[in-house]
Design a protein around this ligand. Structure first.
Ligand SMILES: [Zn+2]
Length: 237
């Protein structure tokens, strides 16, 4: 029984080691996600700039088309003027042409503004693309390094898993099962040290007969309070 208990202790140690490694690995994976999210965010910003630029370009084309139509209107009105017989009509078309010319001038003003906006945004987009490119390059290196760390931890997990298999070979399958279930139920601690008549797992006093039986190593004994498998340790370690 003593040997089995020693093996159970080793099993607990291996399992805790594996748990710690898995926690470390998850943290590394979270860092990896963070790096990738940073790049995704920068790419989304670039895409948003590109969409705004496309919008401005479309508005510019619209203005150009309206501008061309207004110019056509002026030419048409001026041609019509030659056909006009009355002074009243002449004045009316004249007002139309003046209004159209004012419209053309406003459109030209808007076009210049639009072109200036497009230039500004193009500059900002180029800068954004460049910083995004640098970020992506830098992130790619960090992702490779992070992956190497994750792989190294995985290799440790694999080693510990092999060690666990070897340890469990020396323990009856039913006991490994009991241990595993207890570990799940007792927040990773299937074993508890018994010392000075107490269970160190739950800090409860153990029945004296049970405590005495621990010295005999005849059977597997569990704490009546927390159900953990008891391991007798006389000295604090
Ligand atoms: Zn207990």
């Amino acid at each position: 029984m003593k040997k089995k208990l020693d093996l159970l202790e080793e099993l607990q140690e291996v399992d805790q080691q594996i748990d710690a490694l898995k926690v470390a690995q998850s943290a590394l994976q979270a860092e990896m996600s963070g790096i990738n999210q940073g790049v995704d965010g920068a790419r989304e910003e670039v895409a948003a700039f590109e969409a705004s630029l496309a919008q401005l370009e479309a508005e510019k084309i619209e203005l150009e088309s309206t501008h061309a139509a207004e110019l056509d209107n002026i030419v048409r009105s001026e041609t019509n003027m030659k056909e006009i017989k009355t002074n009243k009509e002449f004045q009316a078309v004249g007002r139309e042409i003046t209004a159209a010319k004012k419209q053309v001038s406003d459109l030209e003003e808007s076009l210049l503004q639009k072109i200036s906006q497009i230039e500004d945004l193009s500059g900002a987009l180029a800068a954004k693309k460049s910083s995004c490119g640098e970020l992506a390059e830098n992130a790619a290196e960090r992702v490779i390094a992070k992956q190497a760390e994750i792989d190294a931890v995985q290799s440790d997990i694999d080693t510990e898993t092999v060690r666990r298999e070897n340890v469990t070979k020396g323990i009856p399958a039913s006991l490994v099962k009991k241990f595993t279930i207890l570990r799940e139920q007792r927040r990773g601690q299937a074993l508890a040290i018994a010392r000075d008549g107490y269970c160190m797992g739950c800090n409860m006093h153990l029945p004296p007969q049970l405590y005495n039986n621990l010295y005999k190593y005849e059977e597997l004994l569990t704490c009546p309070h927390c159900q953990r498998i008891l391991i007798l340790k006389l000295q604090q370690q």
